[in-house]
Design a protein around this ligand. Structure first.
Ligand SMILES: NC(=O)c1ccc[n+]([C@@H]2O[C@H](COP(=O)([O-])OP(=O)(O)OC[C@H]3O[C@@H](n4cnc5c(N)ncnc54)[C@H](O)[C@@H]3O)[C@@H](O)[C@H]2O)c1
Ligand SMILES: O=C(O)C[C@H](O)C(=O)O
Length: 314
């Protein structure tokens, strides 16, 4: 059984994500962590979530804390602390301010829970994953980000809708930045096990419109309802379940890569990775030339911003 700590639990995403996480069968303890001064809010959330567990007929111990040392013995630490973007902002605009929030959190996690697996969610997620990796002092397999998993799920839903098939029939991936330069891998997209480009209907697929919808999903939701909550919250829970269930699923998450994709990398970015109880390991892949070109650009962008932010944090 496992302990999962959520740092940023008073926020909209952290508090929602705690709900599906508390229902994962491998989880017997959820710790809601927040900043000093938020004790009452955390206590209220913990009480409410305890009631939810009772209503669902499950027994998971829910606790709350503002003391960083309480994350000790966590199996997984989910980090959602930090500012979200507002309408009109890019995720990258949050980079320096959120890096200054993530650095001390990562240092504390590395000190108190050096054997945990860290799932970074705060944006810009690829850059924050690199900050957490650097300042936690943990291994690359232990520190990863939600990356383009959510984008891949968004594209999957659009493809399933277009072809009128169940989502489980669609396999697709978006790699690269969780942001403007993300890259869809049509070469790795299948419907019912058949490569999408081998289906006659593929020629009519509105690829550009679909990608535009995926890229603007976050800003659309933020503009209309204030924050993205259910999509990322359930995506976080899927990752927690995959790790604790030692499921060896290949999911598209932000991981540190060096040589896995045509030797492009030296940064944390969304790539297909094996996810299990030991953490995350990027899967070596070969992609088509046009996809590689776009991926190279995405990596260059994120590597440049990451270096700049890490230098400013020194
Ligand atoms: N990667 C993704 O797909 C994805 C999806 C949704 C949200 N996010 C990101 O998650 C983060 C949280 O989003 P939200 O909607 O829950 O925001 P929110 O404003 O509702 O919550 C922010 C949380 O961060 C905490 N926090 C803020 N400043 C802090 C500081 N200096 N030290 C410690 N904690 C601090 C707050 O107390 C709160 O718990 C944002 O960065 C957002 O962009 C990422
Ligand atoms: O779009 C955002 O800022 C939140 C998140 O990254 C998302 O894609 O839902």
């Amino acid at each position: 059984m496992a302990k999962v700590t959520i740092i940023g639990a008073t926020g909209r995403l952290g508090s929602f994500a705690s709900h599906p996480i508390a229902g994962i069968p491998h989880v017997d303890e959820v710790l809601l962590m927040g900043r000093p001064g938020r004790e009452n809010l955390l206590a209220g959330l913990a009480h409410d979530l305890t009631d939810s567990c009772a209503a669902r007929g499950i027994w998971t111990e829910i606790s709350s804390s503002t003391s960083e040392e309480d994350c000790a013995d966590s199996d997984i630490i989910v980090i959602t602390a930090g500012a979200p973007r507002h309408e009109g902002q890019d995720r990258i605009d949050l980079a320096l301010a959120n890096a200054r929030i993530i650095r001390p959190i990562a240092e504390s996690v590395g000190r108190h829970a050096p054997n945990a697996i860290v799932l970074m969610v705060s944006n810009p997620v690829d850059v924050m994953t690199a900050v957490a990796l650097r300042y936690s002092g943990m291994e690359p397999k232990q520190v990863f980000g939600l990356g383009t998993h959510l984008d891949s799920m968004r594209l999957k839903a659009l493809i399933a809708d277009y072809f009128h098939v169940h989502v489980s029939e669609v396999h697709t991936r978006i790699i690269g930045e969780h942001g403007e330069s993300m890259v869809p891998l049509w070469s790795a997209t299948t419907i019912g096990g058949i490569r999408i480009s081998n289906l006659p209907a593929f020629s009519g697929l509105p690829i550009d419109e679909m990608m535009q919808r995926v890229k603007s999903s976050g800003s659309f939701i933020i503009k209309n309802s204030g924050a993205t909550i259910y999509g990322p919250g359930d995506a976080i829970a899927t990752l927690v379940q995959t790790i604790l269930g030692n499921e060896n699923r290949i999911l598209t998450v932000s991981s540190y890569i060096k040589s896995e994709v045509h030797n492009v990398g030296d940064t944390c970015i969304g790539v297909p990775a094996r996810v299990n109880r030991r953490g995350v390991s990027p899967v070596p892949i070969r992609i088509e030339e046009s996809e590689l070109e776009a991926f190279r650009e995405s990596v260059g962008k994120i590597r440049g911003i990451t270096r700049e932010i890490l230098e400013k944090l020194e």
